[in-house]
Design a binder for this molecule. Structure first.
Ligand SMILES: Nc1ncnc2c1ncn2[C@@H]1O[C@H](COP(=O)(O)OP(=O)(O)OP(=O)(O)O)[C@@H](O)[C@H]1O
Ligand SMILES: [Mg+2]
Length: 340
């Protein structure tokens, strides 16, 4: 609050002033300064301008900032400011609590988004297992595959929660390299049941060579799960509009110079070119009832982290295509990054 006609009386440790704010103009006030801070204020008796942090006698904590301007002699000043510094601290705490909440909210939304896929795969594997248990002569090896898939996806879900909460995957401290073609093939395999339930044919064309990229395995999985789920969603949307054709998703990865180029093309409902540029925005979705609009936002973050690019565009033949370019990590980099 702005103050004027300020005076300090060392003998009584009293600070007197007029309140200069509009509402309470000219009301005179007195504050009893904490004895330990009197000397500090006394030292400024002759200062033309001063800024002092002090405590009041009635409160134990340093809680005021006193700004003094224009010394008129004898520890008197024409004007000044008195601010309770506990207020800004409160404000800072409130703001930081809010931003912590917003941050937590974003992480939670990401977890909710990403965890759906392992839950779905677990539910499908569990259902397969149940059917097999009811089928006399069902192959033990097939049951074991379902059990292994459940265990795998539980671990994946736990990992997603842990990584998303701690943001380990995005702070770069623990960066890892992953063989993209191998992880892509595994991702398509664990999404089998998902495609099957949607009657979608998947074509996979990937190199046999190793192609290492600067992402963790979980991130590569999340990237393709999101892209493939979008493709399936779009095919479902086209069907809902009455289309009865065969749903198809073509996935390819090619090594070109120092990059790996991945493409996922679907024959779903497609999109307009002007919509495509907005799809990577956080919370942008055209699936109002069921989408959160986080899938491609998360994908773009992973791709950017690995130094790559991701683009979505309509296909001339209908449907959409997503292109992902990721720089390859050279063999020497991988060796160099391994612990001794
Ligand atoms: N293969 C695709 N074909 C057509 N439109 C797509 C395709 N992929 C993404 N889009 C568009 O991009 C939007 C954003 O995708 P994103 O994955 O970020 O969110 P979402 O799929 O809507 O919701 P969520 O991923 O949370 O389920 C989609 O709503 C859709 O309009
Ligand atoms: Mg999506």
């Amino acid at each position: 609050m702005p103050i004027r006609d300020v005076s300090f009386h060392p003998e009584s440790a009293r600070l007197s002033f007029l309140n200069a704010s509009a509402q309470t103009a000219h009301r005179s006030s007195h504050l009893q300064i904490h004895p330990d801070d009197c000397e500090l204020l006394k030292a400024h008796s002759a200062s033309d301008h001063a800024s002092v942090e002090l405590r009041l006698a009635t409160q134990g904590l340093a809680s005021f900032i006193l700004v003094l301007r224009k010394n008129t002699g004898n520890a008197r000043w024409a004007s000044g400011l008195l601010a309770n510094i506990r207020e800004p601290r409160h404000l800072i705490e409130a703001v930081s609590a809010k931003s912590r909440l917003a941050d937590l909210g974003e992480r939670t939304s990401a977890i909710v988004h990403e965890i759906r896929q392992p839950l779905f795969t677990i539910a499908m594997a569990n259902e397969n297992l149940r059917l097999m248990l009811d089928t006399p002569g069902a192959l033990k090896s097939r049951m074991q595959k379902s059990v292994a898939r459940i265990a795998d996806q539980v671990a994946r879900a736990q990992n997603i929660v842990q990584r998303t909460l701690s943001y380990v995957s995005t702070n770069g401290a623990e960066s890892q390299f992953t063989d993209l073609p191998l992880t892509l093939a595994n991702t398509v395999e664990f999404l089998d049941s998902f495609f099957e339930s949607d009657s979608i044919q998947v074509r996979l064309d990937i190199p046999h060579e190793t192609a290492m990229v600067a992402l963790e395995q979980l991130e590569v999985e999340q990237l393709f799960v999101n892209v493939l789920r979008n493709a399936a969603d779009s095919i479902r949307k086209r069907r809902q509009a009455g289309w009865e054709g065969e749903g198809e998703i073509a996935i390819s990865a090619k090594i070109r110079d120092d990059q790996v180029l991945c493409e996922v093309a679907d024959n779903g409902a497609g999109l307009l070119r002007r919509e495509a540029s907005r799809c990577f925005e956080r919370f942008y979705t055209t699936r109002k009832e069921s989408g959160t609009g986080l899938g491609l936002y998360i994908c773009e973050q992973f791709v950017a982290k690995a130094g790559g690019k991701i683009e979505l565009s309509p296909r001339e033949v209908g449907g959409a295509r997503i292109e992902i370019r990721l720089p390859l990590i050279a063999g020497s980099d991988i060796v160099a990054s391994e612990p001794d």
